[in-house]
Design a protein around this ligand. Structure first.
Ligand code: TYM
Length: 354
C-alpha cells in the first residue's frame, strides 16, 4: 500500500496590506519549500468574505497577494498559484466538514473569539465556520505539510482533528472501497483517507510583533499603520516606522537571555535576525551594548534593502492585472483537476455518489 505523497499547501487572505509578519512568517518559507516539495499556494478569497470587503477591495486584494507571491519568488509554473474561489471543491468539502466538526471545537478557536469580540450573536456564521474551510483547503489536496505563522497553529490542530474524525467515522467504507492509506495516529497506524497534516511552524519569524506594542502580533488589521511594515511601504515609510517604533531607554543586551520584560527590543532584534537569516545572539554580537539610536538606522537600511526589490516587482506586476489573472486562471485549472480527484473519492466515501 502506498502512503501520502508529500505536498505543501498554504494560503494568505486578501484582506488589507501584506505585512512584514506575513512575509517573514509565511511567504518567505513558501519560497524556500519550493526546492524540496510540490507546492500549492492559494489566495483565500472565500475566507476574506468573512470580513465583508467591498468587491473592489476583494478584487484588488486578491491580485495584490498573487503579485506578492510572484514577486517574492514563487514559481507558478513549477508549482500552483491560484485563488480559492476558482476551485469550488474547497467550498464543497468545507460543507462536508461542517457536518464533521463539532460546535465545541469551533467555539474554542481563539481567533474567532478575538474577531467576534463581545457581540458573538452578531458574528457571521462564516466567521465561525472559517477553520472548516481552512481544513478543506488543505485536505482537498490531501496536503501533508502546511507552512504558517504561530497564530494559525490552533486552526491546523483543528484540521488534524477533522481529518482524524473523518477517517474514524468512515473507516469501514474507506476499507470497503479499498482506498485507504496508512495514517499514523499517535503510536498507531490506521487505515484512513485523509492525512494528519504536519504544521511547519519553526524558525525565528513565527511571530513578528507590532512595532507599537511588543505583546501584540503585527497584523494587517491593526488600526495603526505605524504598528506594521507593509510590503508595499516606501523606503521613507519603512525608515519612519522603525524610527518611531516603541523601545525602552536601555542599551541592547549582549545576548538573547537579556530581553526579560523588553518585548519591543526583542521584536526588533528578532526582525533583524530573520531578515539576515541569522540568530538573535549573532545580531547581538554586533549590536549588544549599543543604543537604539544606532540599531534602528541599521535595521531600517536592512529592511529597505530586503523589501524594496519585492515592492518594486509587485508594482510592476500589478500594472498588468491581466497577466496576474491569467496566472491565477491557469493555477485554478490545474488545482481543480487535483481537487476533483479527491472529491470523487470523498463523495463515494460519504455516500453522495455510489
Ligand atoms: P493570514 O492571511 O492572516 O496570514 C498569512 C500568513 O502569515 C502568517 N502571519 C504571521 N507570521 C508571523 N508573524 C506575524 N505577525 C504574522 N501575521 C500573519 C500567518 O500565520 C499565515 O501563515 N487562515 C489563514 C489563511 C489560510 C490558510 C489556509 C493557511 C486559509 N486557508 C490553509 C494555511 C492553510 C490566514 O488568515 O492567514
Amino acid at each position: 500500500m502506498s502512503s501520502f505523497e508529500p505536498l505543501v499547501f498554504s494560503g494568505v487572505q486578501p484582506t488589507g496590506n501584506l505585512t512584514l509578519g506575513n512575509y517573514l512568517g509565511a511567504i518567505r518559507k513558501f519560497v524556500a519549500l519550493q526546492d524540496n516539495y510540490d507546492c500549492i499556494y492559494c489566495v483565500v478569497d472565500l475566507h476574506a468574505l468573512t470580513v465583508n470587503p467591498s468587491p473592489a477591495e476583494l478584487i484588488n486584494g486578491t491580485r495584490s497577494i498573487a503579485a506578492a507571491y510572484l514577486a517574492s519568488g514563487i514559481d507558478p509554473v513549477k508549482h500552483i498559484v491560484f485563488n480559492q474561489s476558482r476551485v469550488y471543491q474547497h467550498a464543497e468539502l468545507a460543507w462536508i466538514f461542517n457536518c464533521v466538526a463539532r460546535m465545541g471545537w469551533l467555539s474554542r478557536m481563539t481567533q474567532f473569539k478575538e474577531k467576534a469580540g463581545k457581540d458573538r450573536e452578531n458574528a457571521s456564521v462564516g466567521l465561525f465556520a472559517y477553520p472548516n474551510l481552512m481544513a478543506a483547503d488543505i485536505l482537498v489536496y490531501r496536503a501533508t505539510h502546511v507552512p504558517v505563522g504561530d497564530d494559525q497553529k490552533q486552526h491546523l490542530e483543528l484540521a488534524r482533528d477533522i481529518a482524524q474524525k473523518f477517517n474514524n467515522d468512515y473507516s469501514e467504507r474507506i476499507g470497503e472501497l479499498g482506498i485507504g492509506i496508512p495514517v499514523e495516529v499517535g503510536d498507531e497506524t490506521v487505515n484512513g483517507y485523509l492525512p494528519i497534516t504536519e504544521p511547519l511552524i519553526e524558525g525565528p519569524a513565527t511571530r513578528i510583533m507590532s512595532l507599537r506594542d511588543g505583546t501584540k502580533k503585527m497584523s494587517k488589521s491593526d488600526p495603526s499603520d505605524l504598528s506594521r511594515i507593509n510590503l508595499t511601504d516606501t523606503s521613507d515609510d519603512i525608515a519612519k516606522k522603525i524610527r518611531k517604533a516603541k523601545t525602552d531607554p536601555e542599551a541592547l543586551p549582549s545576548d538573547s537571555g537579556g530581553f526579560e520584560g523588553r518585548p519591543e527590543a526583542e521584536n526588533l532584534v528578532n526582525i533583524y535576525a530573520a531578515l539576515t537569516g541569522t540568530s538573535m545572539d549573532a545580531v547581538l554580537k554586533d549590536f549588544g551594548g549599543q543604543q537604539f539610536s544606532a540599531f534602528k538606522p541599521a535595521l531600517a537600511d536592512l529592511a529597505v534593502e530586503k523589501l524594496s526589490p519585492i515592492a518594486d516587482e509587485m508594482r510592476r506586476l500589478l500594472a498588468d492585472p491581466g497577466h496576474i489573472d491569467a496566472v491565477l486562471a491557469d493555477g485554478g485549472e490545474r488545482a481543480s483537476v487535483l481537487a476533483e480527484k479527491t472529491m470523487v473519492d470523498i463523495r463515494r466515501i460519504v455516500g453522495l455518489s455510489a
